[in-house]
Design a protein around this ligand. Structure first.
Ligand code: GLC
Length: 457
């Protein structure tokens, strides 16, 4: 291929980089159905909050997990990072302790990201932590530690692999694409066979949305496919076969919707994708604790405690989960400042967790006031903003027996046919004033109720 043609391709791709992870993620609408499906995911719906960890050889340069692509680092050169990857402070027990202290109930670790480096042993690949400097199966140690801590265990896995020309041009480099697919099926099998029970397989980059980013047409130049279009070539990941096999080996595992196989839950990515209330399909917002990439970046700006709490409450009030990411350092340690920030969130959850865990979103839909959650005969109003201490909500078709603030204010509720007026006196607590309303009947019997919302969609 001519040099200027290649340059044009990379220019198109690299200009598009910031948007690629989000907008290229065209997800399947196919969800698993049936009684088993609901039973399988019940624990996860109650859990609400999980820790995502992006960690691999890309943690060494510290410029994010897309560093190879963004800086166009040749595959052979990038591979040398594995020689330096021997983390001296890898301690998965402390990862699990950090997650627990944050009030999280599950964790998801990048078993293999788009660069192809596996944190586990794969007999078919030499680009693994076991066959390089570390000589260690990090997935094995991680699974053991997380399980021991009483948390649910998740693994992230990306079928795509930048080392394979077949990923970029599956049409031309057919054999390479087939090898890539064989690696995907084999590695999934490895993960599902050797580490005991897994609770979550968190896919990324699979399905038709991501394939063939090397170009789909040739007129006078290669054209990278526009981000919002699926790949329509002949290559097929055979996701159904891969995920079915996974489910045979791990009958209770749940998966997200980043393959073309039916999924247990949907994935939304980034703070801006918080989106609408949805109580039909289970869903999860994943986002980062720091601004920027998912993989380690020194001095990345930390989000505030209040920002994170609002995000969590906003997701739960929309009937979703929050998977919050940290990028451990190359030496394996989670930055102490990050762990401390997570601990602050955990402290808040220690006090108010009853309004979060094992609740469902609603019945009041999210609006200017904030969100609501419920469990049994209790509704929790999570008030982010009340005009002069008064909140007027639409009528509630259930009798309110009692109304109390959990966060220290004096709360009173006046119920009439026209609505519910909540009055708050005393200092309003940041970031969330929680009012607990006890009803005479189960809140689940109430259909969702729209509230005033001026927020732009
Ligand atoms: C993306 C990115 C990636 C990150 C993931 C998390 O799609 O490619 O780097 O792992 O999102 O959701």
């Amino acid at each position: 291929m001519k040099k200027d043609v290649l340059r044009a391709f990379f220019l198109t791709v690299s200009l598009a980089i910031p948007a690629l992870p989000v907008s290229a993620q065209i997800q399947t609408e196919l969800m698993v159905t049936g009684k088993d499906a609901a039973a399988r995911i019940a624990w996860w719906r109650d859990a609400k909050f999980g820790l995502f960890m992006h960690w691999g050889v890309y943690s060494i340069p510290g410029r994010g997990e897309w560093v190879q692509w963004q800086e166009q680092i040749p595959v052979n050169e990038y591979a040398k990072l594995a020689d330096q990857f021997h983390p001296s402070n890898f301690d998965p027990d402390s990862w699990a302790a950090t997650a627990k202290a944050a009030g999280m109930k599950y964790t998801v670790l990048t078993a293999r990201h788009h660069d192809g480096f596996a944190l586990f042993d794969d007999p078919g690949s030499s680009f693994t932590a076991v066959k390089s400097a570390a000589h260690r199966d990090f997935v094995a140690d991680y699974v053991k530690a997380v399980r021991k801590a009483g948390l649910r265990v998740g693994l992230y896995y990306s079928p795509l692999d930048w080392r394979y020309p077949g990923f970029f041009f599956p049409g031309i480099y057919q054999a390479s694409a087939e090898e890539l697919r064989a690696q995907y099926h084999r590695q999934l099998d490895e993960l599902a066979s050797h580490y005991g029970k897994l609770d979550i397989l968190w896919f990324d980059g699979g399905g038709d949305g991501w394939l063939g980013f090397g170009g789909v047409g040739f007129t006078d130049a290669w054209h990278a496919r526009p981000m919002n279009q699926r790949y329509h070539g002949k290559f097929d990941w055979q996701d159904d076969a891969a995920v079915n096999h996974l489910r045979q080996l791990q009958p209770t595992i749940i998966t997200n919707d980043r393959t073309d196989a039916p999924a247990d839950f949907k994935s939304r990515e980034g703070d801006a994708a918080l989106g609408d209330f949805d109580s039909d399909d289970p869903w999860e917002l994943c986002t980062t604790l720091t601004e920027g990439a998912w993989g380690y970046q020194p001095n990345a700006k930390l989000k505030s405690r209040d920002e994170i709490i609002r995000l969590l409450v906003s997701a739960v009030g929309r009937d979703g989960n929050l998977l919050l990411n940290v990028g451990p350092r190359p030496d394996g340690q989670i930055d102490p400042a990050h762990a401390a920030r997570l601990g602050e969130v955990g402290e808040w959850l220690g006090k108010y967790g009853q309004s979060i865990y094992a609740t469902r979103g609603g019945p009041y839909l999210p609006g200017d006031f904030g969100v609501s959650t419920y469990r049994g005969k209790t509704i929790f109003l999570h008030i982010f903003s009340a005009q002069n201490g008064t909140l007027n909500l639409p009528a509630l078709p259930a009798k309110i027996l009692a109304c109390v603030s959990l966060t220290g204010e004096q709360a009173s509720c006046k119920q009439s046919d026209g609505g519910v007026e909540v009055t708050l006196a005393g200092n309003k607590s940041s970031p969330d004033t929680i009012v607990e309303m006890t009803l005479a009947s189960p809140a689940a019997e109430i259909k969702t109720i729209a509230t005033a919302s001026t927020a732009k969609k």
